[in-house]
Design a protein around this ligand. Structure first.
Ligand code: NAD
Ligand code: MG
Length: 389
């Protein structure tokens, strides 16, 4: 934590989303030690303005340039710097004035600014898992070279990170990522074929942004998390397992070489892993609701249904293949999920689009960053063309 009297300055990339707004709740609850230095939003200018007037950051970015005047006017009585457009994200990421970057932008769009933060040697509170799915080797290498600590925010990875404290000399035998199973746990393809957007958006345990909610319903989210875990904890594919745990209380587990398992538990509330990452290595006292065993008489665990939720198998293929496979999987999935959210394709079509795109795009074993961008673009174009057929 920062010195007495000095607050830790946080840059929230994606402050208007589900993670971003919860991060601001955490900052509000710990005003004496945390403050918002940079806030960014893509389109929601009204909420960005409201946040800026409350938290008085040094700078804000509105991605949608048509909203620049609106934000500028609304903040004219303050000294807050206002930027607009995609390139502004990298510009503010280059500031010296913040200590921790919370990456809460959704999707591939979060990669460039995260890389800039890493190059600056900032502490990265990593929520944007797609960054590691797309270019995990480059991001982790850059983080190593620039001494940029990466603290996971994703609840499963935060759990594993917490289980590893004090275990630096003890190799991991394997990790077990828990999955809630999403809103369609136990359902079969004959049901899923007719599933609509609004139903898929209703997650039983977590309230999240639209994209990750759909990914949770298709189990792609768990596949992306397996790839995220590979990079964060330097694991081989066979060291990463998934178990379905519908109550979302055990957030994940680590098994060591003596067979001992460590788990981290708590209520499903993202404010906890967000707070842990922002305050690391300290655990900051709070009054968030506590877990009560009496309300959870049984915690259950079961195998995922790989046959029905085929996205998980596709992500495992990408995990094993390495190279640009996961980048391609991610790009196709972003396009397909977006189309599903617009009611343009069905729920099961998401998997079909991802699978076709993975088969089509040429494999590159050791891509450069430029090649990752190219693979992403090619995969997006191909996925879009598949959906037009
Ligand atoms: P969200 O859709 O609620 O919010 C996304 C944020 O990113 C918004 O502030 C939006 O303005 C901004 N944004 C969107 N597109 C952008 C673009 N093209 N350029 C710049 N900014 C853009 O998403 P979320 O649920 O908060 O998820 C954010 C990230 O955190 C995702 O990568 C997700 O996988 C990860 N994550 C989320 C949760 C959760 O509970 N919501 C849990 C674990 C991990
Ligand atoms: Mg997660």
């Amino acid at each position: 934590m920062a010195e007495e009297g000095q607050k830790r300055r946080i840059a929230i990339f994606g402050s208007t989303g589900s993670i971003g707004t919860q991060a601001l709740e955490v900052i509000r609850a710990h005003k004496n030690v945390l403050e918002a230095e940079i806030l960014t939003a893509q389109t929601n200018a009204d909420l960005l303005i409201k946040q800026a007037l409350e938290f008085l950051p040094n700078a804000v970015v509105i991605g949608d340039e048509t909203k620049y005047e609106q934000v500028k006017d609304a903040l004219s009585a303050t000294s807050i710097k206002v930027f607009a457009g995609e390139n502004a994200l990298e510009e503010v990421a280059d500031f010296d004035t913040y200590e921790v970057m919370l990456t809460a932008i959704v999707g591939f769009a979060g990669l460039k600014s995260t890389l800039k933060g890493v190059k600056k040697g900032k502490v990265i509170a990593l929520s944007n898992k797609e960054t590691l799915v797309v270019a995990g080797d480059i991001v982790m290498q850059q983080a190593f070279e620039n001494r940029s600590p990466i603290i996971p925010v994703d609840s499963e990875h935060s759990a594993i990170f917490q289980c590893l404290i004090g275990e630096a000399r003890n190799p991991i035998e394997k990790i077990i990522l828990t999955a809630s199973g999403g809103p369609f746990l136990g359902k079969k393809p004959n049901f899923l074929v007719n599933v609509k957007r609004d139903h898929a958006l209703q997650h039983p345990n977590w309230s999240m942004g639209a994209k990750i909610s759909i990914d949770s319903a298709t189990l792609m989210n768990k596949g992306l998390e397996m790839i995220e875990a590979k990079w964060l904890f330097n694991l081989k594919p066979e060291q990463i397992e998934v178990v379905v745990h519908p109550q979302s209380i055990v957030h994940s587990l680590v098994q060591f070489e003596d067979g001992s398992l460590k788990a981290q538990m708590g209520l499903p509330d993202m404010k906890l892993p967000i707070q842990y990452a922002l305050g690391f290595p300290e655990r900051m006292k709070n009054d968030f609701p506590r877990f009560n065993f009496k309300k959870y008489p049984s915690l259950t665990f079961e195998e995922p249904d790989y046959k029905t939720f085929r996205n998980l198998g596709l992500a495992i293929d990408a995990l094993k293949a390495g190279g640009n496979k996961a980048c391609v999987l991610n790009a196709a999935n972003e396009i397909a999920v977006w189309a599903f959210l617009k009611n343009r394709i069905g729920f099961l079509d998401i998997t079909a689009v991802v699978e076709k795109t993975m088969d089509k795009i040429s494999f590159i074993e050791n891509p450069t960053l430029e090649e990752y961008y190219e693979s992403d673009g090619e995969a997006r174009n191909f996925a879009a063309s598949v959906m037009k057929m």
